[in-house]
Ligand binder design. Structure first.
Ligand SMILES: Nc1ncnc2c1ncn2[C@@H]1O[C@H](COP(=O)(O)OP(=O)(O)OP(=O)(O)O)[C@@H](O)[C@H]1O
Ligand SMILES: [Mg+2]
Length: 156
């Protein structure tokens, strides 16, 4: 049977928690034996998603919460889900385009979602205007020891 390990956490929407969230996700995936590059990819993607909650969903309001859940499956599948109950996204397809930002005046470059989809293997964004946004990202951790258990092993 495929073993699935999971943790969930709730964080205040404060910028100092961005580092904490990404470190937790990275630490949790260590049993999957990730490479340093894979750990850094996960950390970067989590940072972008958490920052979006703080900056866009809640527009800096500190009395709000971000939920993060992480699952690690035997064989190397890591899934990080980050949920807010903020303003939501009017047009998700548009928001996913590179360089699209609603905050160009604040030196945002509109590259957060592009970075998430580049650094992770799958990105799914669901949102409802006025209710919030959920970002689910999956990465298949190849690591050193996981290669044997994968069917698409390219001996990389
Ligand atoms: N959690 C969220 N809640 C509400 N709107 C969001 C959320 N995440 C993203 N958005 C919207 O999607 C747009 C694109 O997000 P993305 O992360 O790609 O770029 P950015 O945050 O504007 O800039 P950057 O990430 O480069 O600083 C944002 O400008 C914002 O309008
Ligand atoms: Mg962003």
């Amino acid at each position: 049977m495929n073993k699935i390990n999971k943790f969930e956490m709730r964080l205040s929407a404060l910028s100092e928690n961005e580092n904490f969230a990404r470190s937790c996700a990275a630490a949790f995936c260590l049993p999957l034996n990730p490479t340093l590059d894979e750990i850094n990819d996960v950390k970067t993607a989590v940072s972008e998603a958490v920052t979006n909650c703080i900056v866009h969903a809640y527009n800096g309001a500190a009395d709000k919460y971000i939920d993060m859940s992480v699952t690690a499956e035997e064989g190397g599948k890591l899934t990080v889900t980050i949920t807010d109950s903020g303003c939501g996204i009017e047009d998700v397809e548009k928001a996913l385009q590179p360089f699209y930002t609603t905050k160009s005046d604040e030196e945002r470059s509109g590259m957060g979602f592009t970075i998430m989809s580049t650094f992770m293997d799958e990105l799914l964004v669901t949102s409802e205007k006025g209710r919030g946004t959920q970002v689910s990202m999956t990465k298949f951790i190849r690591g050193a020891r996981n290669v044997d258990s994968r069917t698409d092993s390219a001996a990389d």
